[in-house]
Design a protein around this ligand. Structure first.
Ligand code: AKG
Ligand code: FE2
Length: 224
């Protein structure tokens, strides 16, 4: 699956943001780079502690509602069947976790969207999609003014899942199993700032257990 081409007005900003995060993460000995050529994906285990995971899970349970997908042209209730919601942005605990991600990536706090929690019960999934905005869609007019393109994705797994629920990148053959406390980060663009088709990814159906994650996207400019 490939998204049809679309204009990329944030190309230079994407290139800069990607370069910045790459330098930062590749200088960090705790960060592992997933060995693939066509996308930049990094992983870090035990980024949040088990008790912090518990605390985040209860926040997700408090805020989760049936997920709405942005109008990617395919929005319907089978695309993303999980429950999701923004966590409370002003909560000191949320702020602390967000700061930790900001610091790791070296990105300004203002560029980050509020963390979003997601919960998948057995059978629920998030089908293959891109986190970057398709700039020909009507929603782009709004998103362009409130932060621009989604440059970087950071995701934290809050629990181990008994079966299923891997994060798969089907175009590059990567499958990441949920691991409690682990963080994964990827660059949604290529090193030259092009929107990367190879970051297509899915949250595969949970087979057994429940999957909890936190996702945080960083824009090319101040968000909001
Ligand atoms: O559930 C996953 O593993 C992927 C979630 C995801 O792609 C998203 O929240 O944008
Ligand atoms: Fe995604």
């Amino acid at each position: 699956m490939e998204y049809p081409p679309c204009p990329n007005p944030d190309k230079v900003a994407l290139m800069r943001t990607g370069a910045h995060v790459r330098r930062r993460l590749e200088a960090d000995p705790a960060v592992h780079k997933v060995p693939v050529e066509r996308a930049e994906i990094w992983a870090l285990s035990e980024f949040v502690s088990p008790s912090e995971c518990e605390q985040l899970i209860s926040m997700v349970d408090r805020t989760a509602k049936p997920s709405a997908v942005l109008d990617h042209g395919y929005a319907n209730n089978t695309w993303r069947t999980s429950y999701s919601g923004d966590v409370e942005r002003d909560d000191p605990f949320v702020k602390m976790i967000e700061r930790r991600i900001d610091d790791l990536l070296g990105l300004p706090h203002e560029f980050g969207e509020t963390m979003q929690g997601q919960r998948y019960a057995p059978g629920q999934e998030f089908k293959a999609h891109q986190d970057w905005f398709w700039t020909k869609a009507p929603y782009w007019k709004i998103e362009a003014k409130r932060g621009g393109q989604r440059a970087i994705t950071a995701m934290i797994y809050l629990n181990d899942v008994e079966e299923g629920g891997t994060t798969d990148f089907p175009r590059i053959g990567v499958s990441i199993p949920p691991q409690r406390g682990a963080l994964i980060v990827w660059n949604n663009s290529t090193p030259d700032g092009s929107l990367n088709q190879d970051t297509l990814h899915a949250g595969t159906p949970v087979i057994k257990g429940t999957k909890y994650i936190i996702t945080k996207w960083y824009r090319t400019r101040k968000w909001g």
